[in-house]
Design a protein around this ligand. Sequence first.
Ligand code: DQA
Length: 145
Amino acid sequence: QRYLILNGPNLNRLGKREPAVYGSKTLTDLERELLQFGEDAGIEVTCFQSNHEGDLIDAIHEADEQYNGIVLNPGAFTHYSYAIRDAVAGVSVPVMEVHISNVYAREEFRHHSVIAPAAIGQIAGLGFYGYRLALQALMNQTGGK
Ligand code: DQA
């Protein structure tokens, strides 16, 4: 089984970016943890990050029929990218939405996700651990969306 971890804009700055909100660990730390988790769980984990909406959309399209699931942290695109939402809605690979921070305890504009209705579920506020939980949720998922 193959799973794709897709991180959106500004997540390449983890560790430097607002550490009080996102913690002091880096994207490399996160990806290393998830690769190790995959190895332990006997699944193949691939990680990709982009600051560009179109690249994320391309990655979602390319993942369709290639992966058993996608863990997606769309960053701020969560709150307004209908294009990413349509990409998620238009593929058959199941997508789990993840946020490191508890978006519901933050600014009002972060309380709404345009992606969530197209995802199978959402995890927010559990830090890096949320990605692992999302992988487990996808592994537990049997048929499609
Ligand atoms: C985030 C939350 C978003 O509101 C924000 O724009 C991010 C990161 C999170 O992981 O908590 O870039 O998706």
